[in-house]
Design a protein around this ligand. Structure first.
Ligand SMILES: Cc1ncc(C[n+]2csc(CCOP(=O)(O)OP(=O)(O)O)c2C)c(N)n1
Ligand SMILES: [Mg+2]
Length: 359
């Protein structure tokens, strides 16, 4: 498949249908690699459930599950090379896992402070400020291009982020400077309680690309093979200096926005049920079982092993000292300006006051 320039046409590219049957040409992936990616999809969902449980016990901060979005988050990171940059929001934990960020580092970050990820993973810390990671990705790509490095940068945001200036500015810079970047919009239907229909009157977010002179594609975001395929091609286009690509992945947030949200107050359960039938993990599982690449027993073994892996990483992350309340100042600037030094002191005074109040 070659990436088509799309206008307002609304057909999402698909390789694997809901029943796990091939309806397009398979990307170049070995059976071992497919099984590994399937394992990380399962890991992404189980990791999400674990952090939600820790949050309920008061041992983790607010957390947004990626349940339902495993094919997109795993598929977008899988074609990347170690030197390629990844700049994401909070919904792409599985992408970071594919890139090699250790589970214990990620779990520790949900104790209130995101310590830097290992340098060699080339992942920026997750962004909570909506949309800001998109110009970061374009900047990293432009820097690589200027330096002549064969490095690609990927920025990932949600449907809600497309209404931010940052998203549009990133697209414009990417087009004007032909940055080796891939900008991915995970359209999961909702931005907290704001539905996709209230975000834009455009038929698709992908259709925004051509207005910026950026190659665009719309893909079934619950289809691992399709996401991998379009991503692989976009990354190669970027690496061979053929320019940036905008990819919209059509997916769905099966859970709450975060642990601080109750979607039953604004969302029809029938919509959720309809998307459960398109579950990306079940879809790939059906494919694997039909091809005799996975049995029920294999599947159970994978789940048991992941559970152990997550529990080990949790023990490790919880055994570390709690992050200092002012730790993030260490990463704000090389030398703190007087105003920031003052803010740091204020924060420490406040934290001490709070602690004394509790005694
Ligand atoms: C600049 C900014 N404005 C508002 C918020 C509050 N906020 C947090 S998540 C969110 C919705 C984002 O929706 P979307 O981009 O679709 O991402 P999703 O959560 O669906 O993955 C908002 C408005 C924020 N974090 N940053
Ligand atoms: Mg969204």
């Amino acid at each position: 498949m070659t990436i088509q320039q799309i206008g307002s046409e609304l057909t999402a590219y698909q390789i694997l249908d809901v029943e796990g049957n091939l309806v397009g040409a398979m990307p170049n992936l070995s059976n071992e690699r497919i099984l590994e990616l399937y394992r990380i999809m399962q890991l992404g969902r189980m990791f999400s459930n674990k952090i939600i449980a820790l949050q309920r016990q008061g041992r983790a901060t607010t957390f947004g599950s990626l349940a339902g979005q495993e094919a997109t988050t795993v598929g977008l990171a899988a074609p990347l090379q170690p030197q390629d940059w990844l700049a994401t929001s909070y919904r792409e934990i599985a992408s970071l896992i594919v890139k090699g960020v250790p589970l214990s580092t990620l779990i520790y970050s949900f104790r209130g402070f995101t310590a830097p990820y290992p340098r060699e993973t080339h992942c920026l810390p997750i962004q909570i400020v909506i949309g800001t990671q998109m110009p970061h990705a374009v900047g990293l790509a432009m820097a690589a291009k200027i330096a002549g490095d064969p490095v690609v940068a990927v920025g990932v945001c949600g449907d809600g982020a497309t209404s931010e200036g940052d998203f549009n500015e990133a697209l414009n810079f990417a087009g004007v400077f032909q940055a080796p970047v891939v900008l991915v919009v995970q359209n999961n239907g909702w931005a907290i309680s704001v539905p996709r229909s209230r975000q834009s009157a455009a038929a698709s977010f992908a259709s925004r690309g051509p207005g910026f002179g950026v190659h665009s594609v719309l893909v079934d975001g619950n289809d691992l093979f399709a996401v991998y395929d379009v991503m692989q091609q976009a990354v190669e286009r970027a690496r061979s200096d053929q320019g940036p690509t905008l990819i919209e992945t059509l997916t769905y947030r099966l859970g709450a926005h975060t642990t601080a949200d109750d979607p039953t107050r604004y969302r029809d359960e029938a919509e959720v049920e309809a998307w459960r039938l398109k579950d990306p993990i079940l879809r790939l599982q059906r494919f694997l079982m039909k091809r005799n690449l996975l049995t029920e027993a294999d599947n159970q073994k994978i789940i048991d092993e992941i559970e152990e892996e997550i529990n080990r990483a949790t023990d490790e992350a919880l055994s570390l000292p709690a992050p200092a309340p002012d730790a993030f100042f260490d990463y704000t600037a090389a030398d703190l300006l007087p105003r920031l030094q003052e803010q740091r002191q204020d924060l420490l005074r406040y934290a001490t006051h709070q602690q004394n109040g509790r005694r």
